[in-house]
Design a protein around this ligand. Structure first.
Ligand code: HEC
Length: 503
């Protein structure tokens, strides 16, 4: 095989795998580095402090001080230096750390510094660096891994940049929304970079067009992961995104749950349609006095069937004896209150069918789905239509308003499209908050943990947002707003409250 061909094959392998491929020896070294465990059954010991006290190395793994990324730490007095192999061994000339000057490390002098704490110039290291008694095999594994450590980072995390990705349509019905989301995200990136980025890294955003079908969406996501090597996905507008593809690749998503459903890696700042409709159902029972059996779940479009099932299940958990969801095909469903899932056109059709059969039940829906149909409804529906809103302008604090107005001004965005701007800002703010918390040693695994630990985040534009173990929706309910017609006029009749899992 020619050298050029080998190189091409090597690069191909490297591109196809999410992170670098480590040999078995390097993987064993990685476990020693991160967890302080030997590849044999023997327990590894570290000697610490001036008195050489022995403790298990698993209590003091290298990564605990030098970081998973080996970049060292800047806190404290004597600092664990960067273990980048380039710095330790490859470059010419002397090195310097903590006032020690010494020539390049070799495999042998590296083994010595780890065992006895003297550097290649014979300087004694500060006793803050423990001494480790390693077998020859363990030392070889560790050295092999240290040589690869600099490359062993999650995709998108580079020395001076952190790369994020998103999928935004440039054509078709979602193109305008795509431009809005892009403007809000790019504004966020620019603002943060102006302040110096996050932990010394500038943020970079790669936006690709997912196209109009599942295949083009999957391809665009693949390009983001394999070629662009993005760290996480933020606020994509890609209804056909397959969440299993995200899961396989271990790619975190902060934004709206894809239609294919959520999973452990999808953190959605806002409640889904079922969660929002639960708030309206509780209002219907508590304030309108509707009998729990008088509610009917009706959905339009096969893509809503799953959400309708989820809604019915949650209603049952909350003590509503609702009949199974009904697919709307132009009929006039029974029930005194109809919880509707589907799009604006179907909502209009539902109202017409009911009216044609002389019926005027309450219609409950999510504003995000049906708001477009409301101005065209006949006045007979006045105060019979109640909509769920995850946030209303009443949630906006002075600071939230200023943030939103700033983005609108800088990006030339229309204040009347605030809803999408706010939901994008929420995803952005949660992601940035989590990135700040994980520090410089950024990995996807830590990002997921940090997101899970976000609680009561005040966006200034929504009720408090937060996640938790197994909790992937930032909010669990909605405000309930009554529509009066003609107009339309909107009156909040129930404030936001989190919907409990059961009553
Ligand atoms: C308790 C914290 C701690 C742990 C655990 C630790 N180190 Fe260190 N390490 C340090 C500190 C602090 C220094 C700097 C000492 C000095 O400069 O005098 C250091 C220095 C070093 C150096 C010298 C670098 C240079 O430029 O001279 C190497 C190599 C090193 N550590 C490797 C390791 C490895 C490998 C492990 C795990 C087997 C490990 N360290 C575990 C704190 C730690």
């Amino acid at each position: 095989m020619t050298a050029a061909l080998k190189l091409v094959l090597l690069m191909l392998c490297w591109c196809l795998s999410g992170a670098v491929q480590l040999s078995e020896q390097e993987l064993a070294g990685k476990r020693l580095y991160r967890e302080g465990v030997s590849s044999s059954d023997a327990q590894l010991l570290a000697r610490v402090g001036p008195g050489d006290m022995s403790v298990p190395a698993s209590v003091l793994p290298c990564a605990g001080c030098h970081g998973n990324d080996g970049r060292g730490r800047s806190e404290g007095g004597v600092r664990p230096p960067s273990l980048d192999w380039q710095r330790l061994a490859l470059g010419p000339g002397n090195r310097e750390a903590n006032n020690r000057r010494y020539p390049a490390y070799t495999d042998a002098s590296l083994a010595r510094v780890i065992r006895s704490g003297t550097d290649p110039a014979g300087n004694r290291l500060d006793p803050a660096m423990p001494r480790f008694d390693l077998s020859l095999a363990d030392q070889r594994n560790l050295t092999a891994y240290l040589k690869r450590l600099g490359e062993d980072r999650d995709p998108g995390v580079e020395e001076g940049t952190l790369r994020l990705g998103t999928l935004l349509p440039e054509q078709g019905p979602l193109a305008e929304a795509g431009r809005t989301v892009r403007a809000v995200l790019e504004d966020g990136v620019a603002q943060l970079n102006q302040q110096g980025g996050i932990h010394g890294r500038r943020l970079q955003l790669v936006a690709l067009d997912p196209g109009q079908d599942p295949v083009s969406t999957a391809q665009a996501l693949d390009t983001l992961m394999q070629r662009e090597r993005v760290f996480a996905l933020v606020a994509p507008l890609a209804p056909l995104l397959d969440s299993r593809q995200l899961e396989r690749a271990g790619l975190p998503l902060i934004g709206a749950t894809p239609r294919s459903g959520g999973n452990g890696q999808v953190f959605d700042p806002l409640p889904g349609v079922p969660g929002q409709l639960l708030s309206v159902a509780l209002h219907a029972r508590d304030a309108l006095g509707l009998a729990p059996a008088a509610l009917r779940v009706v959905y339009a479009g096969a893509e809503q069937a799953d959400a309708a099932q989820v809604l019915q299940q949650r209603l049952r958990q909350l003590g509503f004896a609702t009949a199974p969801p009904l697919a709307f095909m132009g009929q006039a469903p029974d029930g005194e209150g109809i919880l509707f899932l589907g799009h604006a056109q179907a909502f209009t059709a539902l109202a017409s069918s009911l009216q044609a059969s002389g019926r005027n039940p309450y219609l409950f829906a999510a504003s995000g789905q049906v708001a477009g149909a409301v101005p065209g409804l006949p006045p007979s529906w006045s105060r019979r239509v109640l909509l769920a809103y995850p946030f209303v302008p009443g949630d906006w604090t002075a600071q939230g308003r200023a943030t939103l107005a700033g983005v609108q001004l800088r990006q030339g965005l229309e204040p009347r499209q605030a809803s999408l701007q706010v939901s994008t800002l929420c995803a952005w703010q949660l992601l940035v908050e989590a990135l700040k918390q994980i520090g410089r040693d950024a990995s996807r695994e830590q990002l997921l943990v940090a997101l899970e630990q976000l609680h009561d985040i005040d966006t200034g534009l929504t009720p408090l947002l937060g996640f938790g173990p197994g909790r992937r929706q930032g909010m669990t309910g909605a405000h309930v707003v009554e529509v009066s017609l003609p107009g339309p006029g909107f009156t909040e009749v129930a404030p936001y409250r989190a919907v409990p899992d059961s009553l």
